[in-house]
Design a protein around this ligand. Structure first.
Ligand SMILES: *[C@@H]1O[C@H](CO)[C@@H](O)[C@H](O)[C@H]1NC(C)=O
Ligand SMILES: *[C@@H]1O[C@H](CO)[C@@H](O)[C@H](O)[C@H]1NC(C)=O
Ligand SMILES: *[C@@H]1O[C@H](CO)[C@@H](O)[C@H](O)[C@H]1NC(C)=O
Length: 244
């Protein structure tokens, strides 16, 4: 049994081993002054003042930095320029609750590292750190043509206007519009069939058609899943080394 399997899978194992070694080598090579710091990256690029403010306000910048340090599958960030934020209707950001601000920011983050060509291979809707892609939630579609990458949300669309940063773990792309998720800017889900209005709140506390917006936990579980994969890969690489 093993004899049949090994000659076939050995090249694959070697490839994985090689990849792991390469990743290690990259991790060890001196990164530009300390661990990845999304704030610093955007500050250096310039023109992202509002997005930086939102990342800090929602403490997403800390979470991004932490997640990248945990050697996960990486992250891709769509960074709207200051011009993109200026194009929003006046008061748009101020009208959002704290939770909605968190969701809005997480909607601009994909849970894996993607190069521009890799966008051609993603399947729609693409999952963001904001969570569920279902109707009334956080769907995001990507269309590509050559090196052009367009994004639609069901509310508006944006184009990737350039690469701000890419290091094989984190990709930051400038987008020309703020990505507006359906969950925040779209129509409410249909309300339950209207009945006679109760004069007092129902005593049984019947559930309201609450819109689920629980992105924080989804991002956390994602980190866990990635960890499991990394651990599994580590095991394979170890086996390959042992076999040799
Ligand atoms: C990241 O960079 C910003 C701005 O350069 C700085 O204020 C912040 O302390 C840095 N964070 C970490 C964790 O080094
Ligand atoms: C992307 O959007 C631009 C501007 O709206 C449009 O001209 C172009 O055809 C779109 N490309 C794709 C691949 O959707
Ligand atoms: C996104 O893509 C899915 C699958 O192709 C499609 O069903 C959905 O209508 C698209 N949504 C938008 C906003 O383009």
């Amino acid at each position: 049994m093993m004899k049949n399997v090994l000659p076939l899978s050995l090249p694959l194992l070697l490839l994985i081993l090689l990849q792991c070694t390469k990743t290690l080598a990259q991790a060890q090579s001196p990164a530009p002054a300390g661990p990845t710091n999304i704030t610093k990256i955007l500050e250096k690029a310039g023109g992202f003042t509002t997005f930086i403010r939102l990342l800090q306000l929602t403490q997403t910048s800390d979470r991004i930095n932490t997640q990248l340090r945990k050697s996960s599958g990486g992250l891709t960030i769509f960074a709207p320029s200051d011009a993109a934020f200026s194009a929003l209707k006046t008061g748009t950001l101020n009208s959002l609750t704290d939770q909605q601000k968190v969701s809005l920011v997480l909607f601009h983050i994909l849970p894996t590292f993607l190069t521009l060509p890799q966008f051609q291979t993603v399947s729609n809707p693409v999952r963001t750190q904001a969570g569920d892609t279902g109707p009334f939630l956080f769907p995001l579609n990507v269309t590509t043509s050559g090196s052009q990458v367009n994004i639609t949300t069901g509310i508006n669309k944006a184009s990737v206007a350039g690469t701000v940063y890419s290091d094989n773990q984190l990709a930051v792309y400038q987008v020309d519009n703020v990505l507006l998720p359906l969950n925040i800017f779209g129509p409410q889900p249909p309300a339950p069939a209207p009945g006679p209005k109760p004069k007092k709140p129902a005593a049984d506390g019947s559930p309201v058609a609450a819109r689920s917006g629980v992105p924080v936990s989804s991002a956390v579980t994602l980190g866990g899943a990635v960890h499991a994969v990394v651990a599994a890969l580590g095991g394979v690489a170890y086996f390959a080394a042992f076999y040799l």
